[in-house]
Design a protein around this ligand. Structure first.
Ligand code: HBI
Length: 95
């Protein structure tokens, strides 16, 4: 899978606000009402990750969830990271 250029990433990120490119990773933090909601969203995301065979670096502290995406095989950002970020936005919007 080919690494995306910064321009390509910037263009893709225009579609969904809040994601930042930091140290070659896409990252965004979310805050939920409580731990149960955060963990429920994480569970939905986890199943989507399995479908896409693409997995985040993530940290959950009570009702907060921070997600970082990169493609290990490409050592940078690929379309797989953009696609997963889109799916995460959809899942969070439905929570
Ligand atoms: N998840 N973020 C991320 N990056 C990868 O390169 C990756 C993955 N999940 C599974 C996966 N690659 C498989 O294709 C194997 O390379 C482990």
């Amino acid at each position: 899978m080919k690494k995306l250029s910064t321009d390509q990433i910037d263009r893709a990120l225009k579609e969904f606000p809040g994601w930042k490119l930091v140290n070659d990773m896409l990252e965004k933090s979310f805050t939920f009402n409580d731990f149960k909601e955060a963990f429920s969203v994480m569970t939905h995301i986890a199943f989507e990750c399995e479908k896409q065979d693409h997995h985040p670096n993530w940290e959950n502290v009570y009702n907060s969830l921070s997600i970082k995406l990169s493609t290990h095989d490409a050592d940078g950002i690929t379309q797989k990271d953009i696609d997963l970020a889109k799916s995460i936005e959809k899942i969070v919007a439905q929570s």
